[in-house]
Ligand binder design. Structure first.
Ligand code: COA
Length: 537
């Protein structure tokens, strides 16, 4: 056993200062989350009057009472498109992985309390990501739908990719992944195809309006006069059109039916058993808050983080003597074997070569990889270049891109430049990627980017025979740095969906174990695929 020994002075002035800084960053994220939840709940009187349950409550009711819920992409679209005051983050959808009647599945609800649950451009990107996760992790999908369809202020950005979500639904059904939709209210135009392409549909009496054209549009287009009930009501779909398999009396009844259908899915019965018996780390998760220096320029040892994440703090390091800026080693998380890759600085040629070798060893015995990002990027300078940093860095990127073992990334601190690719950032398609509130992801450090543009502009001024304009150069340097700093924060990156969400550092182990169990379940599940999926006749 190789038990990590912590050298952190828990409770010291420095520890408390670091902790305070991280808690402040976490509070900022929580404030954004709460703002959008509060905005949803502000619609309660309207929902009550209509006899409806709010979207967050629908999610709560459909999940098993003791189910965990790992929310996905919760803050996408923050301050983007129609979200003018930062209160509408989430892309119009609330989604995550949890258990419904004992079935691990992807649960998603239209956030119909905000903008009628309409689909913004980031909402479409989120839908595509959710479908990708469901397909890769073989997760059945429950959708609690109530959406006015495309957000018409951004119709052009939503239209084409929106169509891909429908194609994906057909592919998911054909892959053998069941999709269930409850139509709690509006499902207009293209939005009607979301339930239409689901394998099980539940409509809700006096609420469902699933139609291609509502009464005003129908009259304008054809002159026909019809009620919404006749065109797309719950009874009509259950009794006449046959679009729905089940007719519920109200929201709660529909959710009860959804749970009952999942109970009969024959899914959990074919789930590979998960090992429940393992040791907790020797150091409490709370201490994760005080390790990362409030000053990002100060180095710290990522093994202090690992000691608080892995079973029994047991970590067998690989080739420690060869390069200590990149750390690789084996550990267990919830009794599941993993290879951990992390950084204590830039990635050197040796570090890149060692990591590529380590990945091959994990590939050889199917050990999932956990990347804990803390890198300023690949090493630069004559020494690194002459030692083949491009060659070795490319080899590492090849290994990350082509290895077939599951990959999970946690952006713990900085993740810069191609180092982000080498550490399996979003572009390298990890199975899951989550970020800590203090994390930064960018092409390079903000200050360095400012300096680069300053040097380039100064060079141009000199080449054209001008005296360098210091005032203009100062402005260029500062404004560039400020912009990049703002665009590298955790909140900015999560809004752009460069990760699957921001997490409380103290939850990292719990979330990693949950995700590894999700992956493990998927690996052992046999799907009964077909060529065309389930059609309704
Ligand atoms: N695009 C952009 N914004 C929309 C929208 C759309 N398709 N549909 C509704 N909204 C906005 C409203 O402007 C309103 O914005 P506000 O909160 O800033 O005032 C908000 O969503 C809520 O709309 P409201 O009509 O008050 O809520 P509701 O719960 O009574 O009804 C709908 C919701 C979706 C049923 C209704 O707004 C509707 O029928 N919208 C049009 C649907 C449609 O035809 N879509 C075609 C898409 S292809």
């Amino acid at each position: 056993m190789s038990i990590l020994q912590s050298e952190i002075a828990v409770g010291s002035e420095l520890f408390e200062e670091n902790k305070q800084a991280l808690l402040t960053q976490l509070d900022e994220i929580r404030a954004v989350q709460n703002k959008s939840i509060e905005k949803s709940y502000a619609a309660k009187p309207k929902f009550d009057k209509r006899g409806k349950i709010l979207p967050h409550e629908r999610i709560r009711l459909v999940l098993d009472a003791d189910s965990p819920f790992v929310e996905l992409c919760g803050l996408v679209g923050f301050n983007m498109h129609d979200d003018k005051d930062g209160s509408e983050a989430g892309g119009g959808i609330i989604a995550g992985i949890g258990f419904v009647s004992g079935v691990r599945c992807l649960v998603s609800a239209s956030n119909s309390a905000i903008k009628g649950g309409t689909m913004s451009p980031m909402g479409v990107h989120k839908s595509l990501r959710l479908q990708q996760i469901a397909l890769e992790q073989k997760l059945p999908i429950v959708t609690l739908a109530e959406s006015g369809g495309a957000n018409l202020n951004y119709a052009a950005e939503v239209f084409t990719l929106g169509g891909t979500t429908f194609a994906n639904q057909a592919r998911l059904s054909a892959a053998g992944i069941p999709q269930l939709s409850v139509v709690h209210g509006n499902a207009t135009a293209g939005g009607a195809y979301q339930p239409g392409l689901s394998d099980y549909v539940i409509t809700v009496r006096k609420q469902t309006e699933m139609l291609l054209a509502g009464p005003p549009l129908l009259f304008a287009a054809t002159g026909e006069v019809a009620t919404a009930e006749e065109l797309g009501g719950a009874e009509m779909h259950a009794q006449i059109a046959g679009t729905a398999e089940y007719l519920a009396e109200n929201d709660a009844d529909a959710i009860r039916l959804a749970r009952e259908i999942f109970d009969h899915l024959n899914w959990k019965e074919q789930t590979h058993p998960i090992i429940e018996n393992y040791k907790e780390p020797r150091y409490p998760a709370d201490e994760l808050l005080g390790i990362i220096p409030a000053n990002p320029k100060q180095p710290f040892d990522m093994k202090e983080i690992i000691a608080r994440l892995v079973d029994d703090s047991d970590f067998l390091e690989f080739k420690q003597e060869y390069d200590d800026l990149t750390v690789c080693g084996w550990a267990k998380l919830g009794a599941m074997h993993v290879g951990i890759i992390t950084n204590n600085g830039p990635i050197t040629p040796q570090g890149a070569a060692k990591t590529a070798q380590f990945i091959q060893l994990c590939e050889q015995t199917n050990r999932p990889l956990v990347f804990l990002h803390n890198t300023t990027g690949f090493m630069v300078g004559t020494d690194a270049e002459q030692n083949g940093i491009i060659k070795h860095g490319s080899k590492l990127i090849q290994a990350v891109a082509n290895c077939s073992v599951p990959k999970i990334s946690i952006v713990v601190a900085g993740s810069y430049g191609a180092g982000n690719y080498a550490m399996c950032g979003r572009p390298l398609a990890p199975d899951f990627i989550f970020a800590w509130p203090n994390s930064h992801v960018a092409v390079m450090g903000a200050a360095q980017a400012g300096k680069v543009l300053r040097i380039v502009a100064e060079g141009k001024q000199k080449a054209s025979g001008m005296e360098p304009n210091e005032q203009m150069l100062d402005f260029l340097e500062q404004s560039t740095a400020m912009k990049l700093e703002q665009q590298s924060t955790a909140l900015f990156n999560t809004a752009m969906m460069h990760d699957d969400g921001i997490i409380d550092p103290r939850d990292t182990r719990k979330i990693l174990i949950f995700l590894l169990q999700t992956i493990y379940e998927a690996e052992y599940r046999m799907l009964k695929a077909s060529k065309f999926g389930v059609s309704r006749f």
